[in-house]
Design a protein around this ligand. Structure first.
Ligand SMILES: Cc1ncc(COP(=O)(O)O)c(C=O)c1O
Length: 358
C-alpha cells in the first residue's frame, strides 16, 4: 500500500541509510581476491572465530567456534533451521504475542503446535506464572525475543532467571531471538541467554548481521548453541541453504575485529528514537516506552481498528505504519501502530510533520 499510495514507508523494518563504505570495500576486496565459491557448511572458520571473540568481549562467555557457532542466511533461517531440527510432530512451543511473523509458521510447518501467550501494553512484560500454567508434558521449547519486535520491550535479568528456573525444571529448550542485541537504550544491558551458563546449556541464541550493520538485504546471521543442539541444527541447515555467501562472511570477519564498528549502535539508535519522538510532539498519537529495537509504538484512540487506522494513514496521510494486531495470532487490537525509526532524519522529519497533524 505504501508503494501504491506514494506513502513514506515506516512499516517494514529496514534502515534507509548507507552501509559502511569500509565494509562494502572489504566485500569487493574478498570478491576480487577470488573468494567466490561455496563456503563451508557451518560458516567460514575466521568468521566463526571472530564471532566467538565478540561473544567473549560482550558476554564474557567462552564459546567453541568449531562446535557451537553456525552461520545462517539471516536470523530467519536460523529460526527455521532450529525449529526444523528440534521440533517433532506434536511438540508444543510456547511463544509470546505480539511476535515476529516467522515463528508460528516455522513451528507449524515442522509439525509443532504453537502455544501463543498474549503480552499486553504498555510494557509487554511476561507473567511467568501464566507461562508455567501453559507447560504440559508435550512442551519442548519456549521462544523469547529481546529486545523485542514490535514492542520495543526488553527482558530483565529477573525474567531470564524465571526462564532459567522453568526450563531447567521442565527440561525444555529455549530459542532466544537476539537479533537486536546491539540496539538497546538508556544504558540498559542486553540480557543474552549467553550470560547464564545453565540457560545457555539448553538454548539456541539467534543473531543477525543485517540488523547490526544496516544490511538487511545481505541475509547473514548465526546461531550459538551447545554442541549437541548445534549438531542437530547443522543437519537441517545443510539442506535448507547448505552455506552462506562467502565474500560477505569473510568481510564480516575482518570488520568484527574492531568493536567500534558495533558498539556505537545503541547510542546511534537512541538518538534516532529521540529525534523521532521530538518530531511527533503535538500529535494525538502517544508513544509507548521503547527500550530497544528500532521500532516505536504509538497509540491512538477513536473508532478505528488499528488496521483501519494504518490503512487510512497510508492512503490519506501518505505515511505507512504497521498495525500491531498483525503480530497477534488472535489479532488482538490495542489501537497501536508500529513505526520503524531506522531512517534518515529527513524521512523522520517528514513523518513527524504528518503525525503532528493527526
Ligand atoms: C525479531 C526478529 N527476528 C528475526 C528477524 C530476521 O532477521 P534476518 O533479517 O536476519 O533474517 C527479524 C527481522 O525483522 C526480527 O525482527
Amino acid at each position: 500500500m505504501a508503494l501504491e499510495h506514494g506513502a513514506i514507508n515506516l512499516s517494514q523494518g529496514f534502515p534507509d541509510f548507507r552501509v559502511s563504505e569500509k565494509l562494502i570495500d572489504l566485500i569487493h576486496q574478498k570478491m576480487k581476491e577470488g573468494h567466490n565459491q561455496y563456503a563451508p557448511m557451518p560458516g567460514v572458520p575466521v568468521l566463526r572465530q571472530a564471532i566467538a571473540e565478540v561473544i567473549q568481549k560482550t558476554y564474557q562467555r567462552q564459546t567453541d567456534f568449531e562446535n557451537e557457532i553456525t552461520v545462517t542466511a539471516g536470523g530467519t533461517e536460523a529460526i527455521f533451521a532450529t525449529v526444523a531440527a528440534l521440533i517433532s510432530q506434536g511438540d508444543e512451543v510456547i511463544l509470546f504475542d505480539p511476535s515476529y511473523d516467522s515463528y508460528d509458521p516455522a513451528i507449524r510447518l515442522n509439525g509443532g503446535i504453537p502455544i501463543h501467550l498474549n503480552l499486553t501494553p504498555p510494557d509487554f512484560s511476561i507473567d511467568w506464572n501464566e507461562v508455567r500454567k501453559k507447560i504440559t508434558a508435550r512442551t519442548r521449547m519456549i521462544m523469547v525475543n529481546t529486545p523485542h519486535n514490535p514492542a520495543g520491550s526488553v527482558l530483565t535479568s529477573a525474567d531470564i532467571k524465571e526462564l532459567e528456573t522453568l526450563v531447567v525444571e521442565h527440561d525444555l529448550i529455549v530459542l532466544s531471538d537476539e537479533v537486536y542485541e546491539r540496539i538497546i537504550f538508556e544504558n540498559k544491558t542486553h540480557e543474552s541467554v549467553l550470560k547464564y551458563p545453565r540457560l545457555m546449556a539448553r538454548s539456541i541464541a539467534v543473531f543477525s548481521f543485517g540488523k547490526t550493520f544496516h544490511a538487511t538485504g545481505w541475509k547473514v546471521g548465526y546461531t550459538v548453541a551447545p554442541e549437541n543442539l548445534t549438531r542437530e541444527i547443522r543437519k537441517t541447515h545443510q539442506f535448507i541453504t547448505f552455506s552462506v555467501n562467502t565474500p560477505v562472511q569473510l568481510a564480516l570477519a575482518d570488520y568484527l575485529t574492531d568493536p567500534e564498528n558495533y558498539l556505537y549502535l545503541g547510542k546511534f539508535y537512541q538518538q534516532k528514537r529521540d529525534f523521532f519522538l521530538n518530531e511527533i510532539k503535538g500529535s494525538s498519537l502517544k508513544p509507548l516506552p521503547c527500550l530497544g529495537s528500532y521500532f516505536q509504538l504509538l497509540s491512538f484512540t477513536g473508532e478505528k481498528s488499528d488496521t483501519e487506522m494504518a490503512e487510512w494513514m497510508t492512503r490519506e496521510m501518505k505515511l505507512a505504519p504497521i498495525p500491531v494486531s498483525a503480530f497477534y495470532k488472535d489479532k488482538s487490537d490495542h489501537q497501536l501502530l508500529r513505526f520503524c525509526f531506522a531512517k534518515g532524519e529527513d524521512t523522520l522529519q517528514k513523518a513527524g510533520r504528518i503525525l503532528r497533524t493527526i
